[in-house]
Each structure stands twice: as structure tokens, then as C-alpha cells.
Ligand binder design. Structure first.
Ligand code: FAD
Ligand code: ZN
Length: 472
């Protein structure tokens, strides 16, 4: 029997798609990576995932795991060879259980993040991972990329929100590591090895997730600032004033919000354009009035010190979500404007201003008129420092000619200041060669040993994160 026939046997013919329009599975969200799958296979259970992996391993066919296909580094789509299987986890979409007393929830990998948030909310609890793609990204993808998002400064990234995993290994065995324990020191941490491995070490089929109490009130405000240095000072003041209540601190430069204004004119911007705008979120565990007073105190002190120029405090949930919507519309506004070079870098908060000042200058010198779309999670030192071509020229051509040079300028500056070239989106195909060029040889050798040990035949997402030659 051919592999496709055996796969049809394993999961049902309707769930092995090899003809027709498979673009939704073969092209990534940014439309920068377009591949061709031998088939898209949609198993419905962990046992079916294990069978699919065993069959592919027997036939020497490699597997690209896929959740919501919202990844930004080209790791979730097949290559152009037409020989890879896309293993979609979309049908593993059950919330298996919630243990309110233990503050945990166990969900299957294909559960859309928003559904997990809603299931937790239904119990009066909160799942604290939050990102703009939450309506379509999945828990499996979030963990495979160790996603960050907007609340990392308080609750940590996906890794910190995960207690246990169920994983199908490259040999098609099931590792049941779905423990919901907060303390477990029984040997190497396999969970943390799989988290962030981008489908190259194992297929996540379910996860035990950490929940948190829901705050009594969430207060949101925006403020404009003259400089990035003022934003960094405001962050320190917000930590000091709000303590653990500080759950969001996002910055946006004028160019970012300008693009939102151009492409989403219907979205009301509550403050006049300014070099920088911050969005601050405070979660209060007493009540609304207590929270509002804390936020007012922060803004009052910041005004007194001349850190901020103008403020807008949301007075309803609608206003708060409109503020977040502005922030979350920046990637779409950028995509609408045209192809661009995305960076998701992180730096120590103390190095952010010097990095932006010197890198802005270097890029402007090299490419006069280039537009710098700076926004992101300043609260955890993570900037989306994106580069859009000067207005009025062919963006695709600009990227083709200059992307490499732009990356060199940005990543050299990041490296010089002790930063990371990927704070949250991962390596995938997009940054693989940069990783090889920039990560320490000792770290790369350790990574290659791990890959060779867990996936000796290179069945799982080959050529992503590490080059294929990394596997014998
Ligand atoms: P996919 O895109 O399907 O896959 C991503 C990677 O994980 C691939 O390498 C894939 O092979 C692997 N994978 C997927 N599922 C599994 C599985 N079950 N087992 C093993 N491997 C698997 N990221 C952030 O960190 N923070 C943000 O704030 C953020 N904002 C975003 C906003 C937008 C508008 C978009 C489009 C993306 C954003 N992202 C952000 C990118 C982020 O990586 C994804 O949204 C999300 O974490 C990926 O989930 P997914 O289910 O779509 O995974
Ligand atoms: Zn982000």
C-alpha cells in the first residue's frame, strides 16, 4: 500500500487531503513561504497522531505539524518539494478537563487559544496568554513557539503557563507527561525541551495549563510621550506604583499609529499623534475604584515628572478593547501597506533607547527615507522593530535587494547589546541561517545533539530551526 492509502486507513479518507485547494495549509500567514504538501492529514486523537507519525517514519516522509498557521517565521508550512505531510492538529480541539482547585486546565493541542481563555473564564478563572492571533492560533502552536504576547511582564510566556505535555515522539510513541504538578524534579525537563522546539522534536497533542484568578477589575489607559527614554522611565514608575497589578505595557511609535490611521481610518485614536504612545494595563484584585485610583496615581506622578504629555483613560470595557484593538491593528496595517522586514528582538530595558537611537540612524543612513515601525511589549524588553521601504517604491524589490543588509545592521546592534534576535516568534525557516551565524557554537552543538537523539531520521520539520545536515 502507498503511504497515502495507509494514512487514509488510519484517519479516514476524508481527513487525508491531497487534491484541491490546500493553500490555507501550504502558505504562511505573511504569505512569504508557499510550499506544496504531499497531503494534509487531520487526525482526531492522540492515538491517530501516533499512527500517522509511525507510518510517515516507516516511509521516510517528513512531517510539518500545523495548528492555526499563524506563525510568523515560515515554520508551519511544507517546503516546495511536494514530499512532506502537513499534520494538522485542528481536530484535536477538546478541553479535556478543568481543575479549579488546582488552578489548571487540560486542553488538546488544536484548541484555539481564545476557546481556552473562554473555558477558564467560564469557571471564573483566567488563562493569561493573550496575543492578537488568539482567535485562530492554537495551544499546540503557542507552546511549540513558546509564544509571548501582551501579558508576559506579569504572567510569563507560554512556557511559564504550562505544567505538563502529552507528546508524540518522532518514533510515533506517546509520552504522557500531562502532569499538573507545580513541583517535579524527576530528571531532565522534557516538557521545557519540547516547548519552543517548533515541531522539530515532537508533536504536542495536549497540555496541562496553569490558570490564574481573574482580577476584579482591569483598567486601561493610553499616554503620549516625547521620547522613548520617557517610556522606559514610565515603565519603572509603573512597576513601582502598580507592583504586580501592572499586566500590560505596550509602546507604539508615531509611524506605527500613522499606518493604522491610514489603513483603518474608522478606528478612533483617542490621543493626538506624538513621537511615542504607550498603552498601560492595570489589573486590580480589590475593585474597580481601587484600580482606577492606582492608575490615576501613576499617570499623575508621570505628568508631574514631565514623562507624559497627554492621557486617555478607558471608562468602559468597549473603550479599553478599542485601545487594545489599535495596538493589535499595527501588524495588519503594516501587512496592508506592503511587504516589510519584521524583527522581534529583545533587549535589556536599560539598552532599548541606545539601540533604537543608533540603529534608526544607521538604517536611515543606509536607506534614506526608510520607515521604522517600532512597537511592542516594552514591558518585557521585546520590540517589534520593523522596517518598511521608503514610500512610493517597489516594496518587494526593496526587500529582495536589501533585507539581508537590514538584518545585518539590526542583528549586529542587538548582539552588541546582549539582546536576542527572536524574543517570541521563533526561528522556523526565516531565521535559521541567522541563528547558525549568531548563536554560540557550543549551544548549536548541544541543540544538534538533542535533535539527533530525539529525531534521528529527521522526520519532524526538517530544515527548521536547524539545518537538515544537523541530522545524520
Ligand atoms: P502554527 O503557525 O500552526 O505553527 C507554528 C510552529 O509550531 C510551526 O513550527 C509548527 O510546526 C509548530 N507546531 C504547531 N502546532 C504544533 C504541535 N501541536 N506540536 C508541535 N509543533 C507544532 N507570537 C507571539 O509570541 N506573541 C505575539 O504577540 C504574537 N502576535 C501575533 C499576532 C498576529 C496577528 C499573528 C498572525 C501572529 C502572532 N504571533 C505572536 C505569532 C505566533 O507564533 C502564533 O500566533 C502562535 O503562537 C502560533 O500558533 P499556531 O497554532 O498558529 O501555530
Ligand atoms: Zn509580539
Amino acid at each position: 500500500m502507498t503511504l497515502l492509502e495507509r494514512l487514509r486507513d488510519a484517519v479516514g479518507a476524508a481527513h487525508v487531503m491531497s487534491e484541491g485547494d490546500l493553500a490555507a495549509y501550504e502558505i504562511d500567514w505573511r504569505k512569504r513561504f508557499a510550499g506544496k504538501a504531499l497531503a494534509v492529514v487531520r487526525p482526531a486523537s492522540t492515538a491517530e497522531v501516533a499512527r500517522v507519525v509511525r507510518l510517515c517514519a516507516e516511509h521516510g516522509t517528513s512531517i510539518v505539524a500545523q495548528g492555526g498557521n499563524t506563525g510568523l517565521v515560515g515554520g508551519s508550512v511544507p517546503d516546495a518539494s511536494g514530499t512532506q505531510i502537513v499534520l494538522s492538529l485542528a481536530r484535536l480541539d477538546r478541553v479535556r478537563s478543568i481543575d479549579a482547585a488546582n488552578l489548571t486546565l487540560t486542553a488538546e493541542a488544536g484548541c484555539v487559544l481564545q476557546r481556552v481563555q473562554e473555558a477558564a473564564a467560564h469557571e471564573g478563572l483566567m488563562f493569561a496568554l493573550s496575543l492578537a492571533a488568539e482567535g485562530s492560533c492554537t495551544i499546540g502552536g503557542n507552546l511549540a513557539t513558546n509564544a509571548g504576547g501582551t501579558q508576559v511582564l506579569r504572567y510569563g510566556n507560554a512556557r511559564e503557563l504550562c505544567l505538563g505535555l502529552e507528546v508524540v515522539t518522532a518514533a510515533g510513541e506517546v509520552w504522557d507527561g500531562l502532569s499538573a504538578l507545580r513541583k517535579d524534579n524527576t530528571g531532565y525537563d522534557l516538557r521545557d525541551l519540547i516547548i519552543g522546539s517548533e515541531g522539530t522534536l515532537g508533536i504536542i497533542t495536549a497540555a496541562a495549563l496553569k490558570l490564574h484568578p481573574r482580577p476584579a477589575a482591569v483598567l486601561t489607559a493610553m499616554a503620549t510621550l516625547p521620547t522613548l527614554a520617557a517610556a522606559v522611565e514610565l515603565l519603572a514608575l509603573a512597576h513601582a506604583t502598580l507592583g504586580p497589578g501592572l499586566t500590560g505595557f505596550e509602546i507604539m511609535n508615531a509611524t506605527s499609529l500613522g499606518l493604522v490611521r491610514r489603513h483603518f481610518a474608522a478606528l478612533r485614536q483617542p490621543l493626538a499623534p506624538s513621537p511615542w504612545t504607550v498603552l498601560v494595563e492595570h489589573s486590580d484584585f480589590e475593585n474597580e475604584a481601587h484600580g482606577a485610583a492606582a492608575l490615576e496615581a501613576l499617570l499623575g506622578r508621570a505628568l508631574e515628572r514631565g514623562l507624559i504629555e497627554d492621557t486617555a483613560v478607558a471608562s468602559s470595557l468597549e473603550q479599553a478593547s478599542a485601545m487594545w484593538h489599535l495596538r493589535e491593528s499595527i501588524p495588519l496595517a503594516q501587512a496592508t501597506e506592503g511587504p516589510n522586514v519584521k524583527h522581534d528582538i529583545s533587549l535589556p530595558a536599560s539598552a532599548v533607547c541606545a539601540f533604537v537611537a543608533s540603529t534608526d540612524t544607521a538604517l536611515q543612513r543606509a536607506f534614506p527615507g526608510v520607515r521604522l515601525i517600532d512597537f511592542g511589549h516594552l514591558g518585557d524588553g521585546n520590540l517589534h522593530y520593523n522596517v518598511q521601504c521608503p514610500p512610493g517604491i517597489d516594496a518587494a524589490e526593496f526587500l529582495r535587494r536589501h533585507e539581508h543588509e537590514i538584518n545585518a545592521i539590526v542583528f549586529d546592534a542587538v548582539g552588541a547589546r546582549g539582546g536576542s534576535i527572536s524574543a517570541e516568534h521563533g526561528i522556523g525557516a526565516l531565521k535559521r541561517d541567522e541563528l547558525v551565524a549568531r548563536k554560540s557554537p557550543v549551544a548549536l552543538a548541544m541543540m544538534r545533539s538533542i535533535k539527533a537523539a530525539l529525531d534521528p531520521s529527521g522526520v519532524l520539520n526538517p530544515g527548521r530551526v536547524l539545518s537538515p545536515s544537523a541530522t545524520p
